[in-house]
Design a protein around this ligand. Structure first.
Ligand code: ATP
Ligand code: MG
Length: 168
């Protein structure tokens, strides 16, 4: 059995990691969709799809989870979004998501959706981690160690701070 899980992973954090290790107990393989793949260098979407592929690959390196991380560009047409995903991914039997729109679209397409548990949603949140990086507060305990290394290698802290500023 192969499952599908989608997020923007800006950045990949320990909430995502916990969900994925829990899904992996139910299924043989996991397809991970990297949403808004075309976006990067924005305050809300600082990292490229390729950088997010690296975060996921290295964060899951020490697990035995067989995964396929597939970048998915946005489509401004929700009615055909599931077909867009299916056209880009290895075949999957079920979806894990807590996002109401994602749940609705897959259910309308006749695909089984499971809702995974939430882990420390207050801190393990992309928005909160980006806020902390910009503010110079502690954030490293909220992401897998491999993700710290990647963000440092790509000068991600300075990038996020710089693209968050304005010219006025
Ligand atoms: P952002 O604040 O940028 O939206 P996020 O933390 O919600 O970031 P996403 O990339 O939007 O991360 O998340 C992908 C999926 O992971 C979403 O369906 C979201 O509900 C889920 N998720 C995010 N954080 C957690 C968490 N702490 N525990 C369980 N699921 C989570
Ligand atoms: Mg989110």
């Amino acid at each position: 059995r192969r499952a599908f899980y989608i997020g923007r992973f800006q950045p990949f954090h320990l909430g995502h990691y916990s969900v994925i290790t829990s899904i992996a107990r139910d299924v043989d393989e996991l397809v991970i969709g990297i949403g808004s793949a075309q976006k990067s260098h924005e305050a809300t979407n600082p990292f490229t799809a390729g950088e997010r592929v690296m975060m996921i690959r290295h964060a899951l390196r020490d697990t035995d989870i067989t995964h396929y991380a597939i970048p998915i560009e946005d489509l401004q047409r929700n009615a055909v979004w599931v077909s867009h995903i299916v056209s880009m991914t290895p075949p999957f039997d079920m979806v894990y998501s807590n996002n109401p729109l994602v749940i609705r679209l897959f259910e309308e397409a006749g695909i089984e959706v499971h809702q995974p548990p939430m882990y420390h949603r207050d801190g393990y949140s992309g928005r909160e981690i980006r806020r902390r990086i910009i503010a110079g507060e502690d954030w490293k305990h909220l992401v897998p160690p491999a993700v710290i290394d990647i963000i440092e290698d790509i000068d991600g802290v300075e990038r996020l701070r710089q693209v968050s500023r304005t010219d006025i």
